[in-house]
Design a protein around this ligand. Structure first.
Ligand SMILES: Cc1ncc(COP(=O)(O)O)c(C=O)c1O
Length: 397
């Protein structure tokens, strides 16, 4: 029954609208690509998707999904330990494990589900989980879900002294876990894995890296930040998503040693009590992995595009945050202004989302541009041109 709760919700939403911080979904009427038809405009340049390799509508990926759909139907119709696993899930998991040089992998309905399933499943009384302050929300929530007697601590973003201090302080914990994003999603910078690996070795900690924005972007074969830093054999557990570079559909995974993956099959609640990813999603992701392996040019083009875009932005007087990934944030400051700049850019035919509080700390609202291998230099020039035009129109930002 409609009651005071409904009025309270409406008031809350009206408050967000008034503050200029309401998040409006933008509707696309074409596939996710370098350009899309959206918000009543044709051919908008999309700089706000994780489609880093342009595989979301790649013909081989669509075909991989179609073939799997034909062969296995639409889904498992239950969770895997109850109804069984399909060949396509196992094939994908074997391929993901190979990508990371791990013994095994397990897929989840999302990386959100992977992180929130993993952390409580592998920790127990007397353990300590140590997490970077800017880790993704799914890691934060995963840490919140740990059981009784599991300690949690957060170190200042990227601060190795702070991390070491915590490791020292908790050296008598039963087991220590360090967890970090590989690429930080709002900053675009990398976790300094060589230093983190050294600390993990020194203090006998298990290192978990969520490389959702690193896979398909970083490293010689797109295996991610650990490959980029040549320390893949020193990372214990990797989590990742199939919803970004690897085809852009949905799904996530954990890769690690066989016994850890077996434990997740027994204990990870987001796997035990939730359906498998659809066969089409698995088939599309497998095809995406195949394309990434067979067409290394895609990665090379992505890296060239990132370097070009950063250069053009700086030439035009913008100061993007430094970083090595395909995420290029430009700080605006005020949340409502970041949203207003994003709206003005869309009118210019460029889609870059503005992010504000509480997604990022107050006063650091930003535009987050994401570069793809399928952008042309002309697309990137058009984006910089639109940013200049909006800056003039708004008297600076
Ligand atoms: C670092 C990181 N981890 C996890 C996720 C969640 O991924 P998924 O969309 O597969 O749930 C994201 C998505 O934004 C992310 O950036």
């Amino acid at each position: 029954m409609y009651n005071a709760f409904d009025d309270a919700v409406k008031n809350k939403l009206a408050g967000l609208e008034k503050a200029g911080t309401y998040k409006h979904y933008r509707n696309l009427s074409t596939p996710m690509d370098a350009h899309a038809d959206m918000a009543g405009q044709r051919g908008v340049v999309v700089m706000s998707s994780n489609n880093y390799l342009g595989l979301a509508d790649h013909p081989a990926v669509v075909k991989g999904a179609q073939d799997a759909l034909e062969k296995f139907g639409h889904g498992t119709a239950s969770v895997r330990f109850i109804c069984g696993s399909m060949d396509i899930h196992e094939a994908l998991e074997t391929r993901l494990a190979q990508l990371h040089g791990m013994e095994a992998a397990l897929t989840f309905s999302s990386c959100w589900a992977a992180n929130t399933g993993l952390i409580p499943a592998i920790t127990g009384e007397g353990d300590m989980v140590i997490s970077d302050a800017l880790n993704h929300a799914s890691i934060i929530d995963g840490c919140r879900l740990v059981g009784k007697g599991v300690g949690r601590a957060v170190y200042t973003h990227g601060d190795m002294h702070a991390l070491e201090h915590l490791l020292k302080e908790h050296r008598y914990a039963k087991h220590r876990f360090i967890i970090t994003d590989g690429v930080f999603s709002m900053e675009g910078n990398l976790a300094h894995l060589p230093a983190i690996c050294d600390l993990a070795d020194r203090y006998e900690a298990t290192l978990i890296v969520d490389d959702s924005h690193g896979v398909g972007v970083m490293g010689a074969t797109g295996a991610g930040v650990a490959e980029f830093y040549h320390c893949a054999d020193r990372v214990d557990i990797i989590t990742g998503t199939l919803g970004k570079a690897l085809g852009g559909a949905a799904g996530g995974y954990v890769a690690g040693r066989t016994h850890v993956i077996e434990l997740l099959k027994q204990n990870a609640r987001t796997n035990l009590f939730s359906n498998a990813i659809s066969p089409a999603t698995a088939g599309g992701a497998l095809a995406a992995l195949e394309v990434m392996q067979r067409a290394p040019q895609l990665l090379k083009t992505l890296h060239e595009n990132v370097a070009y875009f950063r250069h053009q932005l700086k030439e035009a007087g913008f100061k993007p945050l430094d970083g090595e990934s395909a995420i290029v944030p430009i700080i605006i400051g005020d949340t409502a202004q970041a949203m207003a700049v994003a709206d003005a850019l869309l009118k210019q035919g460029v889609f870059i989302t503005g992010f504000g509080y509480p997604v990022v700390p107050e006063g650091t609202a930003r535009l987050r541009a994401q570069v793809s291998a399928v952008h042309s230099k002309a697309d990137l020039d058009r984006v910089v041109g639109a940013l200049i035009a909006v800056r003039e129109e708004m008297g600076g930002f």
